[in-house]
Design a protein around this ligand. Sequence first.
Ligand code: FAD
Length: 493
Amino acid sequence: MKGLRTDGEWLQQKMKKKVCAIGAGMAGLAAARELRREGHEVTVLEQSGDVGGQWLYDPATDEADPLGALGPVKVHSSMYASVRLISPRETTGFTDFPFATMDGRDNRRFPGHREVYLYLKDFCDAFGLMDAVRLNTKVLRVAMTPSRRQWTVRSVGLTDADDKKEEVFDAVVVATGHYSQPRFPTIQGMEKWRGRQMHGHSYREAEPFRGQVVVVVGTGESGKDITMELRDVAKEVHIVARSMEDVTPGLSKVLAKYSTNLHLKLNLERLCEEGRVVFGDGSVVVADAVIYCTGYNYSFPFLDTAGAVTIDDNRVGPLFEHVFPPSLAPSLSFVGIPRKVFAPRFFETQGRWVAQVLSGKRTLPTEEEMLRSVEEFYRARESAGVPKKYTHEIGGHDRTYMDEFGEKYCDFPRLERWKYELLVSSVTNMIDNFETFRDDYQDSDSILKGVQEWQLSARHRAAARTSTAVTGLLEESRTVITDMQQLSVISPG
Ligand SMILES: Cc1cc2nc3c(=O)[nH]c(=O)nc-3n(C[C@H](O)[C@H](O)[C@H](O)COP(=O)(O)OP(=O)(O)OC[C@H]3O[C@@H](n4cnc5c(N)ncnc54)[C@H](O)[C@@H]3O)c2cc1C
C-alpha cells in the first residue's frame, strides 16, 4: 500500500542514523566513508578551508602564543615546511585505496606533506565524500539533548560569523586529531627568559634562526628533523635528551658527523633571565631561542559530556577500546585517539566498528563490562610500567593489537605480512640512520615482491575506478538523452 514501508525499508530506516563527524583529517574521512557504507547519513564538520587535517600545511602560526600556553591553539596544523612522511607510503594508505605513485607527483617512498594532502583529496574524490563535508565550519559545542538520546552540535561558519547553527544528530564521532595542542615541560625561569621560546607546533622553517644559537628540547622525530635543518643555518644547535636512552644510534651518528655546531645536552634544568640556559650536567649555553619538541596534549574544548569523558595527563577516558565512552556509547565515539598506529588504516577499522554498532549490526558489552575492561587495561599498562601519558600509544607496545581489534570487532582484514616487515625495517633504518633513512633503504625479497604486487593492484584499482566513472557518465548522458526525447514528445516543436 502506498505510504507504507516494507519491513526491510522500515528496518533500514531504523538502523540509519544521522551522524556528525567532527574533523576532515585522515580519521574523520575514514570514519565518514565507513559510516556511509553502512547506510548512515553523515555530515562532516571541518573548521579549515579544505580537508587533510595535519597534512593541510599552514604557513601561519600561533604567533601571539608560540608556546600554546594560553588556551586552545588557533592554527591546527603543526607541519613544518620540510615534513616528509616517516612511515612508508605503502603502509600509509587506506586498505582499498593505495597511496600509489602517479605521474607528475612526489613519488618518493617517504613523500613530503603536500603529497599526503593530495592523496587525501584524491580519496575524497574517489569516494564522493566532499558532498558530506562542510568546510570552514568550527564546532563550538557538543552536548547531549535534554532527552539524552541525541546530541546538539553548535557550530559557526568561519567565513560568515552570522552563520551559526545548532543541529541535532543521533550520534557524534569526534575525529579532531591530537597533534595541535602543545605539551611542554615547566622549566624554572621560562617565564622571564629574554630569548625566543616556541613549541614545535609553531615552527615552520629554519631561516629565521640563521646565525643563532638554538636549543631544541626533545629527541622525537620532529625534534630530530628540526635539529637537522637548523644545523644547516644556525651557529650552534643543542639538542636536549632526557637521558642517554633517548639517544638512538642514528642521532649518535649525526652528533659525531656535525660536531662543529651540533651538540647533545641532557635535561634542560633552568633558564636564566639574561639568556643563559643551564642543563642537567651543569653545562651552560647562552642561547637565542628554545624550541620545545615535547609532544602534544589531547584537547576537546567543544565537548561537554558533563564529566563522563575526562583528560588526565593525556589519558582520555574512560574509553572502551579507545573508542566508546561506556556511559555514552554508542552515540558518542572517538576515531583516531591511538598513537603510533597504522594510519589511516587503523582509523578505518575504528570507523567501521562505530558504523556497525550504530546500525545495530554489532552490539557492545554492557556499560559495566566496558568500564571493567577499561580498568583492566589501565591496570595492565600500569603493571607493565607504562606511564599514564602513554595510555593511547598502541604501536610501540602492542603491534598485534590492531589486527586483533579488526578481527574481533568488524571482520577487518589482517595487515599483509610484507607491509608489517616493511614498517619494521623502515623503523629500524630510521633508528640507525636517521639522516638518510628516507632515501637510502634496501628491501628484502619479500618486501620487493609485496611492493610490486601492490603497485600492480593499485594500477588495476585506478583503472577500475576510471571505467566505473566513465560508465556512470555514459549512464547519465543516456538519461539526459531519454529525458530530452520525452520532452520533445510532450512538447514537439
Ligand atoms: C609533524 C608531523 C609529522 C607527522 N608524520 C606522520 C607520519 O609520517 N606518518 C603518520 O602516519 N602520521 C604522521 N603524523 C600524525 C598525523 O597527525 C596523522 O597521520 C593524521 O594526520 C591524524 O589524522 P586525524 O584525522 O586524527 O587528525 P588531524 O589530521 O589533526 O585532523 C583533525 C581535523 O579536525 C579538525 N578540527 C579540529 N577541531 C575542530 C573543530 N572544533 N571543529 C571543526 N573541525 C575541527 C581539524 O581542522 C582537522 O582538519 C604526523 C604529525 C605531525 C604533526
